[in-house]
Design a protein around this ligand. Structure first.
Ligand code: SF4
Length: 226
């Protein structure tokens, strides 16, 4: 089946803004579900959230942040001690190793503070663009597109991008929405992925985006007319 939408950049921009408006109406309170007390908390919690639910991170992070109260404390931690706390999150060895290496770098390069520029954040161990964007949005209220697996899957389904790589999806979406909407749009897409547009069975017939979504139209509108 072919796409029913115009593929000009202008039409795509209009459609993206319509989708963003509907998502904003549907999820007015969409926000970061991870700890956001300090930039360091956002950074560590985002590293911990890799391939694991926010709920799980929220279960273990109070104990972790109570024991290690600064980048310096994390930098000087024994890896085995951090592993013991974060074990339920999976990938715990790698995560503990990255947290320590990242916090050592924060001490060396930034006086123990978390930088607020993407070009600096992505140089930290264990920090890719997705994590860096999460930190920009959730710790510093700066523009950022959080291209996690939900974000990539849903923007592909909607037909807003045909790209496969998160970095390319980020670049394409950045051209479709003004920067000041990137953070809220990311949160809304992510929550939409949890509540409606799930990986296995998207609930298209109850979705407010249906008429603006390539997948939704292809799957459901013809069936209704038949
Ligand atoms: S119409 Fe279906 S595929 Fe499109 S966003 Fe909604 S739930 Fe997802």
């Amino acid at each position: 089946m072919t796409c029913k939408f115009s593929t000009t950049q202008r039409a795509k921009r209009v459609r993206t803004r319509k989708i963003a408006d509907l998502l904003a109406e549907t999820y007015p309170d969409a926000n970061c579900a991870l700890p956001t007390e300090t930039p360091l908390h956002v950074l560590i919690a985002t590293i911990l959230s890799s391939q694991c639910t926010d709920a799980k991170v929220n279960e273990v992070s109070p104990q972790l942040f109570k024991k290690y109260r600064s980048a310096k404390a994390f930098a000087n931690a024994r890896q085995a001690e951090i592993e013991k706390i974060i074990r339920p999150l999976g990938l715990y060895r790698n995560k503990a190793k990255n947290i320590i290496a990242c916090c050592r770098e924060l001490g060396k390069q930034y006086g123990g503070r978390v930088p607020d520029e993407i070009k600096e954040l992505v140089t930290l161990p264990g920090v890719g663009r997705k994590t860096a964007n999460c930190v920009l949005v959730n710790a510093f209220a700066k523009p950022g597109l959080m291209t996690d697996t939900h974000f990539c899957r849903i923007t592909q389904r909607m037909g807003l991008t045909a790209e496969k790589e998160p970095i390319r999806i980020e670049a394409e979406l950045a051209k479709l929405l003004p920067a000041e909407r990137w953070g809220s749009f990311s949160h809304q897409i992510i929550i939409h992925g949890r509540r409606c547009c799930t990986a296995r069975s998207p609930d298209c017939t109850r979705c407010r985006i249906l008429r603006h979504c390539e997948f939704g139209l292809q799957q459901h509108i013809p069936a209704r007319r038949a």
